[in-house]
Design a protein around this ligand. Sequence first.
Ligand SMILES: [Cu+2]
Length: 118
Amino acid sequence: MRTKSIMLVIGLLLFGMTSVFAGVKTEKIKVYGNCGMCKTRIEKASKSIHGVTKATWNSDDAILTITYDDTKTTTLKIEEAVSKVGHDTDHTKAADKVYDALPGCCKYDRPAKNGGSN
Ligand SMILES: [Cu+2]
């Protein structure tokens, strides 16, 4: 009797926990950039997306680690937001105008377009 109700409580707790974390994912995205200013810009743009709870960009490997709710947003939306402020990803590209307006220290080597010769 008693064990049964304890089991029930534990079951309910587990169920509650999974529903709270349902949809929350952590993923790594390549985002091209250089310096600390890029880091601030990239993280700010990522966090401006509804559903993103954590965004950390590492300048050593140019990897953005994001924690987000996949019922509210997608990695592509996050990549689009990051490109809008001047940073290329493997799936989205910043407009040349926006890239050109970046401070000198932020002029990262842009990934070549398919078959491009730059
Ligand atoms: Cu920079």
